[in-house]
Design a protein around this ligand. Structure first.
Ligand SMILES: *Cc1c(COP(=O)(O)O)cnc(C)c1O
Length: 416
């Protein structure tokens, strides 16, 4: 959760600035824009901003704050430990954690007012924690409607419901929510979403018959929020979309009205001329075809750039080049062609791996293709060795809290 963050003016394009040298720039205005866009799509349902995994690599605390400023009503994480970090940062919004083990600290969750997802086995432990803390637990019962991960099976739903209601009557807990998770919402043509929705409706009907009246019923993730209003219920849980990325193959962020919030960039660390047939990087899997100029990019798999993603794009001075040869732990190489190092003049030039895509530049989607994975993984895996630089930390005037904001292009306010 904590990254090395430099103080002072980080907009300088030269000098000894670690944030200019290598950084993942997180545009908090883009986060706010995306939350508003998703809130529009979800309305009248409310938005839970999913900030698990350090906000998919974007920085959980600053992203959570920006999401709340833009109208998110809830926050969601996987682990109680992630929820406690948000509470420790002073974030008091409703907050749900849904993935637990026998080692999870339910007492700390109850003490911190963190809502706890319950798939069944946790119920007695949650109740013990509530007794211990002398405070009722807030739980969301999770049903497996077809994904086959956590959640109680249909077979045991009535039993779990009955037990939870007994504990609620004893004042040990409150059933705040009932929820489930979709399997194929990113593939809108598949029938399984309808099947899961039908099962979820049955489950809710059974709960109603049992006299359970939860505050929030929730099922939708980002793709369902954007494509299936019938899955919205009271609350949508959106992750990928608030980071400005598209969950749909063949539909870009821009087509969905979203703005990618992370730009991964660095500077060229060496530029040199090499002869024909020069081998490049471990294994010598690439050789120049003719005399050529190589540019060294100081990022590698220790920074979270996938080692398998040879061919991934790097944008320098308005042109996009593929990575050649193997991606190493700390560095990778691009071949500028037969330009001559001196005339290339690119030592210290900015090199962008991915960003908004606005200027025709590369995106996280391009790296996902190069790595044979999805855009979720590309942003989430950017490692703590890459400093996060938060820009547009304060909401623009008139949009949200009314705090005056420095909107200059080089605005580089850091959030420690
Ligand atoms: C991660 C997660 C989400 C968010 O999914 P996106 O596709 O990123 O919107 C929602 N609900 C649960 C249970 C999750 O684990």
């Amino acid at each position: 959760m904590t990254y090395p963050v430099a103080t002072g003016d980080c907009s300088a394009a030269a000098g000894t600035d670690p944030l200019y040298e290598r950084s993942a720039v997180i545009d908090l205005d883009a986060i706010r824009h995306n939350v508003r866009r998703l809130a529009d799509a979800a309305s009248p349902a409310k938005v839970m901003a999913v900030v698990k995994a350090d906000a998919y690599g974007h920085g959980a605390v600053p992203v959570a704050r920006a999401a709340l400023e833009a109208g998110a009503a809830w926050l969601g994480v996987a682990h109680i430990s992630e929820a406690l970090q948000l509470r420790a940062a002073g974030i008091e919004a409703p907050l749900l954690a849904w993935l637990h083990t026998t080692e999870s600290n339910f007492a700390a969750a109850v003490a911190a007012g963190v809502d706890i997802g319950c798939s069944g086995w946790e119920l007695d432990r949650i109740v013990a924690a509530a007794r211990d803390q002398e405070r009722p637990a807030r739980i969301h019962l999770k049903v497996d409607t077809g994904l086959g991960r956590n959640g109680v099976t249909l077979e045991h739903w009535d039993q779990l419901l009955g037990e939870a209601m007994e504990y609620q009557d004893e004042g040990l807990l409150r059933v705040v929510g009932i929820f489930s998770h979709l399997s194929v919402a990113d593939e809108p043509e598949r029938p399984e979403t309808d099947e899961q929705l039908a099962v979820f409706r049955e489950v809710l009907a059974a709960a109603e018959d049992a006299g359970v009246d939860p505050e929030v019923r929730h099922l939708a993730n980002t793709p369902a929020t954007l494509s299936r209003p019938d899955t919205h219920f009271d609350l949508v849980r959106v992750g990928l979309g608030i980071y400005g990325l598209s969950p749909f193959e063949g539909q870009t962020s821009a087509e969905l009205g979203l703005r990618p919030a992370m730009t991964l960039r660095t500077v060229v660390s060496q530029c040199k001329d090499v002869p024909d047939r020069q081998g490049v990087s471990y294994g010598l899997r690439y050789r120049t075809q003719g005399p050529s100029t190589l540019a060294l990019i100081p990022m590698g798999y220790a920074d979270g750039v996938p080692r398998v993603a040879t061919g991934g794009p790097v944008r320098i001075a308005g042109r996009t080049y593929p990575v050649v040869g193997r991606i190493a732990m700390d560095q990778m190489v691009i071949d500028l062609g037969n330009v001559g190092a001196a005339s290339a003049g690119l030592l210290g030039a900015e090199a962008v791996l991915f960003g908004s895509g606005d200027d025709g530049g590369p995106t996280a989607d391009d790296w996902a293709v190069a790595a044979g994975t999805n855009n979720y993984e590309i942003v989430t895996r950017i490692s703590p060795r890459v400093p996060r630089r938060f820009i547009n930390d304060h909401p623009a005037v008139g949009l949200s809290s009314g705090t005056p904001s420095d909107r200059s292009p080089a605005n580089g306010q850091e959030t420690p």
